[in-house]
Design a protein around this ligand. Structure first.
Ligand SMILES: NC(=O)c1ccc[n+]([C@@H]2O[C@H](COP(=O)([O-])OP(=O)(O)OC[C@H]3O[C@@H](n4cnc5c(N)ncnc54)[C@H](O)[C@@H]3O)[C@@H](O)[C@H]2O)c1
Length: 284
C-alpha cells in the first residue's frame, strides 16, 4: 500500500498524477528542477481542486486536506525521503530518464517501487540504469490524468511480480483501471492511436475525405467520443508527429511512417489548438 509518493516532473502529467494521488489520501512530494516549474505544477493542481470546491464536489475541509498533502520541492533528496513509490514524469528523453533512475535508485531503499510514465521508451532500458531493475516498472497514465481512467502497467524484462502487484494496487487505489502491457513500442493503446492518426492524416493528404467527415465518420459510425482529427489538434500536431516518428523508428513498420502532411503543418506552425490552427481553424 502506497502511503507516501514522490512524483518527478511537475509538468502536465506529473501535476495530474500528484493531484489524483493526493485526492486519494496519499502524501505526495512533487519535484521539478526549478522553483518556477514546481510552482506552475502546484498552481495547476490548485486551480483544478479549487474548481471542484466551487462546483460543490468537495468541501472546504477536503479541499484544504488535498492541497496540504502535496509538497513541492526542487530537492530530489527531500522528495524521495520515506516514500513507498516514485513515479517519474520528466520529459521524454532516454538519457535524462536513465540519469534520473540512477539517482533515485541510489537514494531509495531497494523495496521502493520505481516507475516511469514514459509513453514510448523501453522500461527494460530505463531499468538497466539501476542496481535493482526488478523494482522498475512502467505506469503509463493518459492525459488529462484526473479525467482519464486507464493506466497501462508495463512489465520490464526483470520487473518482479510483487512490483506488478504493487503498481496495479496503487492504480486501483487512486481510482484508475490498470491493464498489463508488454514492454513494446507504443505498449497497447498508442499502437492503435498512432495508426488512427496516421490513417486520418493520409486520407486528408490524398484528398480522400474532409477533416469534418473523418471525425463524423468515426464518431457516428464507430461510436468514438471524439474524432481522430480533433484529438490530434488537441494533443498538438508536433506531439503526434514525434510519437509516430518514434514508433516508426522503433518498429520499422511502414504503417507508422508519419504522413507527409505533418511536416508541412509543423513548418507552417499549424500545431493545433495551441497555435490557433491545426487541421481545424480556431482563430474565429
Ligand atoms: N502529455 C501527454 O499527453 C503524455 C501522456 C502520457 C505520457 N506522457 C509522458 O509523461 C512524461 C512527462 O510528460 P509531460 O507532458 O508531463 O511533460 P512536460 O514537459 O509537461 O513536463 C516535464 C517536466 O519535467 C521537468 N523535468 C525535467 N528534468 C527533470 C528532472 N531531472 N527532475 C524533475 N523534473 C524534471 C521539466 O522541467 C518539466 O516541468 C513524458 O515521458 C511523456 O512522454 C505524456
Amino acid at each position: 500500500m502506497v502511503k507516501k509518493l514522490c512524483v518527478l516532473g511537475a509538468g502536465t502529467m506529473g501535476a495530474g498524477i500528484a493531484q489524483v494521488a493526493a485526492e486519494h489520501g496519499i502524501e505526495t512530494a512533487l519535484r521539478d528542477i526549478e522553483d518556477e516549474f514546481v510552482q506552475r505544477g502546484l498552481n495547476t493542481i490548485s486551480k483544478f481542486i479549487g474548481r471542484k470546491f466551487e462546483k460543490g464536489k468537495i468541501s472546504q475541509a477536503e479541499h484544504d486536506q488535498i492541497i496540504a498533502r502535496i509538497k513541492g520541492t526542487t530537492s530530489i533528496k527531500e522528495a524521495t525521503e520515506g516514500v513507498d513509490m516514485v513515479i517519474e514524469a520528466v520529459i521524454e528523453d532516454i538519457d535524462l530518464k536513465m540519469k534520473v533512475f540512477k539517482e533515485i535508485d541510489d537514494l531509495c531503499p531497494k523495496d521502493v517501487v520505481l516507475s516511469s510514465n514514459t509513453s514510448t521508451l523501453s522500461i527494460s532500458k530505463i531499468a538497466s540504469a539501476t542496481r535493482y531493475p526488478q523494482r522498475v516498472i512502467g505506469t503509463h497514465f493518459f492525459s488529462p490524468v484526473p479525467v482519464m481512467r486507464l493506466v497501462e502497467v508495463i512489465k520490464g524484462e526483470k520487473t518482479a511480480d510483487f512490483v506488478v502487484a504493487a503498481a496495479t494496487e496503487f492504480c486501483k487505489h487512486i481510482g484508475k483501471t490498470p491493464i498489463i502491457a508488454k514492454d513494446v513500442p507504443g505498449f497497447i493503446v498508442n499502437r492503435f492511436m498512432c495508426l488512427l492518426y496516421n490513417e486520418a492524416a493520409n486520407q486528408i493528404y490524398a484528398g480522400l475525405a474532409s477533416v469534418e467527415d473523418i471525425d463524423l465518420g468515426l464518431k457516428l459510425g464507430a461510436n468514438h467520443p471524439m474524432g481522430p482529427v480533433e484529438i490530434m489538434d488537441m494533443a498538438g500536431i508536433d506531439v503526434v508527429y514525434n510519437a509516430l516518428k518514434a514508433m516508426y523508428e522503433m518498429t520499422g513498420e511502414e504503417r507508422y511512417k508519419p504522413s507527409p502532411v505533418f511536416e508541412q503543418m509543423i513548418k507552417d506552425n499549424h500545431l493545433g489548438r495551441k497555435t490557433g490552427k491545426g487541421f481545424y481553424n480556431y482563430s474565429e
